[in-house]
Design a protein around this ligand. Structure first.
Ligand SMILES: [Zn+2]
Length: 109
């Protein structure tokens, strides 16, 4: 697996207009190499009025950004970091923070 990031991980944007922003991964598009991050990369979208009493207008929606533009954000050492993979004694594969070496909790099985 090329990307060690998973849905639910907190990442920090390291490039582009949202540089420095942090958010949770909502969705990963592995084939495109993109991630959808909560609160990051809002773009304007025009909405058509759906009914007489509801107005159309412009809403903001998040768009996926390149996975290479984000780094995993470690909540234990509060730093953007890279993830490593290691195996526990029982053979379980876990991800760990390369900065503080703490094992990352798995949010998605
Ligand atoms: Zn860490």
């Amino acid at each position: 697996m090329k990307y060690k990031l998973k849905k639910g991980d907190i990442v920090q944007v390291i490039k582009g207009k949202d540089k420095g922003k942090k958010g949770r991964i909502l969705k990963i598009f592995r084939e495109e190499g993109r991630v959808l991050v909560e609160g990051v990369n809002f773009v304007k979208k025009h909405m058509k009025p759906r009914s007489v009493d509801k107005q159309g207008g412009i809403i903001l929606v998040e768009k996926p950004i390149s996975i290479s533009n984000v780094n995993y954000f470690c909540l234990k050492c509060s730093k953007p970091t890279r993830l490593g993979i290691r195996f526990l004694e029982d053979g379980t594969k876990v991800r760990y923070c390369k900065k503080c070496k703490e094992v990352v909790e798995e949010k998605e099985k």
